[in-house]
Design a protein around this ligand. Structure first.
Ligand code: AMP
Length: 410
């Protein structure tokens, strides 16, 4: 039957049993974050549009459009397309920078981008991400990358590549931008339409292009490495030697600059080994000037965001069995109060219960219990009889304590 209503283009339902997989994956990520001493942050789904326009560089990035509108009171509102700007806003607004000089936060949340939907690219999608404020040291970069790598390992995502680069300070970036503009201007005609547009608005973004015709030109483009200061080069080497020591494999990617304008220093991306176009699982980097630019005190920061949908597709995590401990069977209305009381007690004692409220015949309830992979059915009439579905054994119990004793011996 065709439903009267359909979901909005580019959005998806997550249905059972997938919701169970999501929950387990989310639990793994919550646990690892807590092991690394990160605290969870939740922010509203909507923000002022200019939070993203002024700080993230969305106005220069034609490929990432926002769902934004003017509401009834003429406020410009946007569904959040990413989390770094909202976290920085909350970090400043809450005064966290005063109380917590080394502030480490993580989130699992939904984001909205009005991009052309395609495989692996949705208009509403979910990310797990972290933001660490208050440390400019290269050790902080190592910690963040170790955490990303630990998460992927814990989710049994094996075939990945960590691409890593250092894009230097804003000064270096400006010099690099000039160098790149000169280079791309010499090759304008061969560039894709999108990159030609970016040549004037944000030439560095051309390096991010996935367009086929741009690839050779990008390959031969100058790299930022030559422009890095000695300190930046040393820091990068310290980072790489730490990754070596941790046995975290990486590829130096001298053209990896990351999409948004606010990055500096270490940037990284983790992709699958496949060459499909949406193969990025996780992207991150330093943004040492964003907090100040948004009105806070100068605060170095680094973070990453990883796509939940893409991680779940790549994950070999095996879902745990969700066995129901007891199927309560009752087909007589006058016994239902007794059933609810048993249900209440079983649940308080940490058992999983299924109660058939459709009042099917006991025979049909037994069939239903088999389908649901339940081991025991409790038939409640004037007695309480436990039926073992597999062995067909039956045990009559006289009260709840006997029922509990029985379950404890199983
Ligand atoms: P970004 O915030 O663009 O750096 O993206 C970080 C990660 O989020 C990417 O590596 C993807 O795994 C995921 N991601 C970004 N945009 C989308 C999208 N439109 N649909 C699904 N996943 C996405």
């Amino acid at each position: 039957m065709k439903s009267k209503y359909q979901k909005i283009k580019g959005t998806f339902d997550i249905l059972p049993p997938d919701t169970r997989l999501w929950k387990e994956i989310e639990n793994i990520l919550h646990n690892i974050s807590q092991q690394f001493s990160y605290e969870e942050i939740r922010t509203p789904s909507v923000e002022s549009t200019n939070l993203f326009q002024q700080n993230v560089g969305y106005e220069t990035d034609v490929s990432k459009e926002m769902f934004a509108w003017e509401d009834q009171s003429k406020q410009q509102i946007a569904l959040k397309p990413e989390m770094t700007a909202p976290v920085v806003r909350a970090y400043i607004e809450s005064g966290f920078f005063r109380s917590n000089p080394l502030c480490r936060l993580y989130y699992i949340d939904s984001f909205f981008r009005r991009e052309k939907p395609q495989k692996g690219r949705q208009r509403q999608f979910n990310q797990f991400g972290i933001e660490a404020f208050g440390s400019s040291s290269v050790e902080q970069d190592v910690e963040v990358i170790l955490m990303a790598s630990t998460c992927l390992k814990a989710l049994s995502i094996n075939e990945t590549i960590l691409h890593i680069n250092n894009i230097g300070s804003p000064d270096t970036r400006t010099k690099y931008e000039q160098l790149l503009t000169k280079y791309f201007l010499q090759n304008t005609k061969a560039l894709s339409n999108l990159s030609q547009k970016r040549l004037h608005s944000n030439p560095i973004r051309i390096l991010d292009s996935k367009e086929k015709e741009d690839q050779l030109i990008i390959q031969n483009a100058p790299t930022i490495k030559e422009l890095l200061t000695n300190t930046e080069k040393t820091d990068f080497n310290v980072l790489l030697s730490n990754l070596d020591a941790l046995n975290i494999k990486y590829e130096e990617s001298p053209h990896l600059v990351r999409g948004l304008d606010y990055y500096n220093g270490t940037t990284f991306e983790i992709t699958t080994k496949s060459d499909k176009s949406q193969n990025a699982l996780c992207g991150g980097g330093r943004y040492d000037f964003l907090v100040e630019q948004m009105g806070g005190p100068p605060t170095p920061a680094i973070g990453f965001a990883a796509g939940m949908e893409r991680m779940i597709i790549e994950s070999n995590h095996e879902i745990q069995k969700n066995n129901i401990d007891m199927y309560i069977s009752c087909n007589d209305l006058k016994n239902s109060t007794k059933c609810f009381s048993i249900m209440q007690h079983l649940i308080e004692n940490d058992y999983k219960v299924f109660f058939d409220t459709n009042k099917k015949s006991v025979k049909n309830q037994m069939k239903d219990a088999i389908k649901r992979n339940v081991s025991f059915v409790l038939v409640v009439d004037k007695n309480m009889t436990i039926k073992n579905i597999k062995s067909h054994e039956e045990v009559v119990v006289s009260d709840f304590q006997q029922l509990l004793n029985f379950l404890k011996t199983q």
